[in-house]
Design a protein around this ligand. Structure first.
Ligand SMILES: C[S@@+](CC[C@H](N)C(=O)[O-])C[C@H]1O[C@@H](n2cnc3c(N)ncnc32)[C@H](O)[C@@H]1O
Length: 209
């Protein structure tokens, strides 16, 4: 699965960002795409935010406009170097999402964009358990990721994108009921919205008190 384009998209940030920007046209452009998962959430300057699997800071740069306490975590030192240039206001930590180097209840908000589809099912469950642990009671988990289109017109585009850029884990994610999984892990979903003909899902879940 996937092609050399996947390797190149990770190697060359301009390619990754161009693909993101083109994909984002389906929801009205990059800025809207990057903030869809944050809509209506109570984010203030003092809100403690974790941008999980932050990559090159593509969404971190929007988070730092709302909060002065943003931490970006990623396993890739190269991605973190890029994020430091794009959003220097945040603090960056190299680490694994499935073993977060943070205290219980440290964050008001954990956000992740287009990263969950990179995880195997056991990894995904472990990561969501860690998200639950590092959130304070009442804190929010916000995610945007792939979803199987509800509008058949979007199926060819998503299928081509997956064939060129993604691996088996992305196909697994679009067949995963994230709402049910989060509910099982005590992170009940409060809002689940589909965009771009259903090929993108936004999830906002809240840790119970
Ligand atoms: C598709 S990119 C998404 C980057 C960014 N969030 C965005 O919206 O464009 C996925 C990112 O997840 C990171 N990643 C993958 N597995 C990870 C893990 N187990 N722990 C931490 N980061 C991980 C990769 O290094 C990569 O930067």
């Amino acid at each position: 699965m996937a092609t050399i384009l996947r390797t190149w998209s990770y190697r060359y940030p301009w390619l990754y960002n161009t693909i993101s920007q083109l994909s984002a046209l389906a929801v009205g452009g990059e800025a809207r795409f990057r903030q869809l998962a944050l809509e209506s959430l109570p984010i203030e300057t003092h809100t403690t935010v974790l941008d999980l699997c932050c990559g090159g800071g593509q969404t971190t740069r929007f988070l730092v406009q709302q909060s002065q306490h943003v931490i970006g975590l990623d396993l890739s030192p190269k991605a973190l170097d890029r994020a430091r240039q794009v959003a220097p206001q945040a603090t960056y930590v190299e680490g694994l999402a499935e073993n977060l180097p943070f205290a219980d209840g440290q964050f008001d908000l954990v956000h992740t964009s287009v990263a969950l589809h990179e995880m195997t099912p056991p990894q995904l469950e472990q990561i969501l358990r860690e998200v639950h642990r590092v959130l304070r009671p009442g804190g929010w988990f916000a995610a945007i990721d792939l979803h199987w289109p509800t509008n058949p017109l979007f199926i060819p585009g998503l299928t081509l994108f997956m064939a060129l850029f993604e691996t088996e884990t992305a196909w697994t994610l679009i067949n995963t009921d994230l709402v049910a999984l989060l509910g099982k892990l005590n992170l009940p979903v409060q809002h689940h919205q589909l965009h771009a003909g259903g090929s993108l899902q936004v999830i906002q879940a809240q840790k119970q008190n």
